[in-house]
Design a protein around this ligand. Structure first.
Ligand SMILES: Nc1ncnc2c1ncn2[C@@H]1O[C@H](COP(=O)(O)OP(=O)(O)O)[C@@H](O)[C@H]1O
Ligand SMILES: [Mg+2]
Length: 263
């Protein structure tokens, strides 16, 4: 990868860009990205959440906005997308621009220009934080992000199983690449344990114990948070009720700790 030919876009209105990534799908990347955005917004920061997962956009579902299409406005002879606002967060997603029933097949230059448009052509206004939810793996979207934009850091999400960790190791190595890398802020271990509601003091490590800590140690990066399996989580996410999710004390505390470290 040659980084010298491309000049990185500087986004003057956005103070910090934080990328949320993982090697694998289904580990809770979108949930974590949305949770970070919710917590930051609740602390009074102006926050944008960009869903750049071209294989499975989640923001429309998580914020109960499936099927919505953003307004387009003209400014200085250019067209811009107007982000939706939910819980004070400015939202843009590839899912707002394509038909739900159509798979998005973007590769190489198309993925690169699509992502650049989503970032550059959305009217974000002034933001303290832009959180970017990415597709699993290390593909075109990640390469474009690293080569073309000045992201301030990346948070990796993993589950405790070894399989998820091997994939995440590859992705971390790419983000730590000497030429195009950005600071790796740390690891979030999701689905760390399960505690029954009637015995909240008991922890069942259903997907193994200590995986996130081991990964963090191997790469010499912090373990930012451990988020337990939460019965309400998939229900509230599927119904687009991010606020209900954040009302859970365990979840709120986990995101509180995470956001304290990365801000
Ligand atoms: N800690 C958790 N407890 C219970 N369900 C979870 C948890 N984290 C994520 N989920 C659920 O798992 C599924 C996958 O999460 P998602 O954030 O979409 O993953 P990814 O973006 O990595 O593909 C979703 O249905 C989500 O609600
Ligand atoms: Mg996702």
């Amino acid at each position: 990868m040659d980084n010298n030919q491309i000049e990185k876009t500087v986004l003057k209105n956005i103070k910090k860009i934080i990328v949320v990534a993982s090697g694998k799908g289904g580990v809770g990347k979108s949930t974590v990205a949305a949770g970070i955005a919710m917590k930051l917004a609740s602390e009074g920061y102006s926050v944008g959440l960009l869903d750049a997962d071209i294989y499975g956009p989640s923001v429309p579902l998580l914020f109960n906005m499936k099927g919505k299409r953003p307004f387009v406005v003209e400014k200085d002879g250019k067209s811009y997308l107007v982000p939706f606002i939910s819980f004070g967060i400015k939202l843009m997603s590839i899912g707002f621009l394509v038909d739900d029933s159509q798979p998005i097949i973007w590769r190489g230059p198309k993925a690169s220009s699509g992502l650049s448009q989503l970032i550059n052509d959305t009217l974000w206004g002034d933001l303290d934080y832009l959180i970017i939810d990415t597709p699993p793996g290390t593909g075109d979207i990640h390469i474009t992000l690293l080569q073309n934009f000045n992201a301030d850091g990346v948070v990796f999400v993993t589950t405790p199983q070894a399989m998820a960790m091997e994939d995440v190791e590859k992705a971390i190595s790419m983000y730590q690449n000497e030429t195009i890398g950005i600071p790796v802020l740390g690891v979030v271990e999701n689905m760390s344990w399960f505690s029954p509601t009637i015995h909240p003091e008991e922890k069942y490590f259903i997907f193994g114990n200590g995986g996130g800590a081991k990964l963090a140690e191997n790469f010499n990066i912090p373990l930012l948070a451990q988020i337990p399996v939460n019965e309400k989580m998939s229900a509230s996410c599927d119904l687009g009720r991010m606020n209900e999710l954040m009302a859970d004390q365990q979840i709120y505390d986990a995101f509180g700790k995470l956001v304290d470290i990365i801000t």
